[in-house]
Structures are given as C-alpha cells and as structure tokens.
Design a protein around this ligand. Structure first.
Ligand SMILES: [Zn+2]
Length: 103
C-alpha cells in the first residue's frame, strides 16, 4: 500500500479511538504505515524518576496512528478526500472530489 499522506497535510481520523478528530501531520512512518498527528492520540508518557517534576501538560505526547484510519483533508474543497495520483513517477497527488492537485 502506497502512503498518500504527507507531512503538513491536514487529516481527519475516520476510525478508532480518535475518530472525528482533525489535525496536522507531524511525521510519517512509511515502514510502520503510521502517521503522527498534532494533538491526536495523546498518551501519557511514562516518566522516568527525574522527570516527575515536569508539568503534567508536558507528560502527554502524540502516538502515531495507522494510516488506514486517516483521510487527507483537501486544501481546496476542505473535505476529507480520497487521494489519487496523476503520475506514479511524479507523485503528484490530487483530490478525487474536486479534482485539484494537492501538492
Ligand atoms: Zn478537493
């Protein structure tokens, strides 16, 4: 399966615990087929003893979620869209809803 999500894309979570949330992609892990999304899928970090004093807000961090659970939000029509590719070599992505290029 080809990864169609890129860093800085806005995505909508369509399945799982975080369903319905939107966020910006911070990073993509192609080998694991996972994406890290800002403020989505926050988990409490296991703190080491010396970190116990850190503010609780800093003790949460994003955990990557599976790529099949997200849809890219088209920057043109602002809707979660199925992404197509015009050319496998150029990797130009486009929105199947409005037909505009995303990259
Ligand atoms: Zn679109």
């Amino acid at each position: 399966m080809k990864i169609k999500v890129k860093k800085d894309d806005n995505v909508l979570v369509i399945a799982g615990r975080e369903k319905g949330k939107k966020g910006k992609v911070i990073s993509v892990y192609p080998e694991a087929q996972r994406v890290l999304i800002a403020n989505v899928n926050l988990r409490k970090k296991t703190l080491r003893q010396q970190d116990q004093m850190i503010d609780k807000n800093f003790a949460e961090r994003e955990v990557p979620i599976h790529i099949s659970n997200v849809m890219v939000i088209c920057p043109h029509c602002k809707k979660p869209a199925r992404i197509g590719r015009r050319d496998e070599k150029k990797h130009t992505r486009f929105c199947r809803k409005c037909g505009k290029d995303i990259d």
